[in-house]
Design a protein around this ligand. Structure first.
Ligand code: NAD
Ligand code: MG
Length: 341
């Protein structure tokens, strides 16, 4: 049985009794730092000297210092740096300044799960992982709501790591939506699997394959774009609001019959076998090893694939069509404001 925590399950005083260092001011960092501050928590933001995020953080009324100083003066250290940067920052600027009883807080378990960061035994290691992008963690908090989150404890040196993590989750607004107990392993493995097989990799490959099939058969690219990409959100919104059965209630019987009989032909046993292989590569660490090596090598493959993706014709067709639908990108400034640098 899953354990979920809500507002009354957290003790807000625990995080108020601490000094919190938020390291990084990107998507998650800006949201955590601002929500914590508005919840009355003592926060400082740790950034690189010369970071372009410094001005944004200061404009939001936050105190900014170096990573090392933020760690020295705090007893809760929140790693909201890119996952690929965390190990080197931890080794050089965090580990030397940790004290017994401090809490290292993560928003994703990658570096703990795959042994890139091995904290000393006398500190707490916990996670509060919002299940949504940082700009929504900020926006929903400001609106009085929150983003559902996961909570986990990897190491409980003080005996109060879990209660402290829940108190932190309360202060960023997460207990308003629901906080689910998990482990670093489950969070990391399901998160990687979801983004690879379903949410990002699976969905973009499905959209592109559908678009290419229609264009190769001679249909207008604009028609293929509306059908395979634009309408995706409308259907996903229905699933998000009412589940798959609710979405099927809203579509025509013809669409529903096609869905029920053709969907399993697209996502067939071959695709499921590949999903199991992708999950296996995550669990045995081979995906993590590949990504760590790709970063050490300066990201040659990643950069090429990213550039190739931008050159695909669907991007030009989409840019032209979206220019005629400015309302589609109405939330975009918020996303850009929220991202650090
Ligand atoms: P991000 O890339 O948006 O921001 C990272 C921040 O760290 C930036 O402010 C950047 O300037 C700073 N930074 C980068 N290198 C640094 C260095 N060497 N020293 C000091 N500062 C440095 O990152 P993010 O997407 O917010 O991810 C942070 C953590 O949150 C990750 O563990 C990620 O997995 C997790 N997470 C992210 C999301 C999301 O919505 N993006 C959702 C859930 C969990
Ligand atoms: Mg994720």
């Amino acid at each position: 049985m899953a354990t979920l925590y809500y507002e009354n399950d957290a003790d807000p005083t625990l995080i108020h009794a601490r000094k919190v260092a938020v390291l990084g001011y990107g998507s998650q960092g800006h949201a955590h730092a601002r929500n914590l501050t508005e919840s009355g928590v003592d926060v400082r933001v740790g950034l690189r000297t010369g970071s372009s995020s410094r001005r944004k953080a200061e404009e939001a009324g936050l105190r900014v210092t170096t990573v090392a100083d933020a760690v020295k003066e705090s007893d809760v250290i929140v790693l909201l740096l890119p996952d690929t940067e965390q190990q080197s920052v931890y080794d050089t600027q965090i580990a030397p300044h940790l004290s017994a009883g401090d809490c290292l807080m993560f928003a994703h378990g990658f570096n703990i799960r795959f042994g890139q960061i091995v904290p000393p035994p006398d500190v707490d290691v916990a996670m509060v992982a919002p299940k949504g992008p940082g700009h929504l963690v900020r926006r929903t908090y400001a609106e009085g709501a929150g983003v559902p989150s996961l909570v986990a404890v990897h190491q409980d040196a003080t005996g109060s790591a879990h209660a402290l993590a829940l108190s932190y989750a309360h202060a960023i607004g997460a207990t308003r939506a629901g906080v689910l107990d998990t482990t670093f392993a489950e969070e990391t493995e399901t998160d990687l699997f979801g983004e690879q097989a379903v949410l990002c990799g699976g969905m973009t490959a499905l959209v592109m394959a559908g678009y290419e099939t229609l264009v190769e058969a001679g249909y207008q690219p604009e028609s293929a774009y509306f059908e395979c990409l634009h309408e995706m959100k409308l259907i996903v919104d229905l699933m998000y609001e009412q589940g798959i059965a609710g979405m099927r209630y809203s579509i025509s019987d013809t669409a529903e019959y096609g869905d029920l009989t053709r969907g399993p032909r697209v996502i067939d046993e071959h695709v499921r076998a590949e999903m199991r292989q992708i999950l296996s590569d995550i669990r045995d660490g081979s995906f993590a090893q590949e990504w760590i090596e790709e970063n050490r090598a300066g990201r040659p493959q990643f950069t090429k694939l990213r550039e190739d993706g931008k050159q695909h014709p669907i991007e030009q067709v989409g840019a032209d069509l979206r220019a005629m639908m400015p309302f589609v990108a109405a939330g975009r400034e918020r996303v850009e404001d929220a991202s650090g640098g």
